[in-house]
Ligand binder design. Structure first.
Ligand SMILES: [Zn+2]
Length: 88
């Protein structure tokens, strides 16, 4: 299983990685800071696994997988929330 992930720098719509974006508050072009939170899809995924993999503890896996989580972009300078990328 591959866990290492190269930082992704992209310019454009919010995705699940840091993007260059103009902060509306401090009026600078910043590289957004991304925080991952467990979103709806994570819980759905967990719920599905809960029924078939509870004994094996598989239901905890989604909470370790950033790819399944919502990505919240914040300005590294003023901490303003710039946007949230949702999976659903
Ligand atoms: Zn800012």
């Amino acid at each position: 299983m591959e866990t290492a992930q190269a930082p992704v720098v992209a310019v454009g719509p919010l995705g699940d990685g840091p993007v260059q974006i103009a902060c509306p508050k401090c009026h600078q072009t910043v590289l957004s800071k991304v925080d991952y939170s467990s979103g709806l899809l994570t819980y759905l995924f967990c719920g599905g696994l809960f029924f078939c993999g509870f004994v094996l503890g598989c239901c905890l896996i989604p909470f370790c997988v950033d790819r399944l989580k919502d990505a919240k972009h914040t300005c590294p300078t003023c901490k303003t929330v710039l946007g949230v990328y949702k999976r659903l």
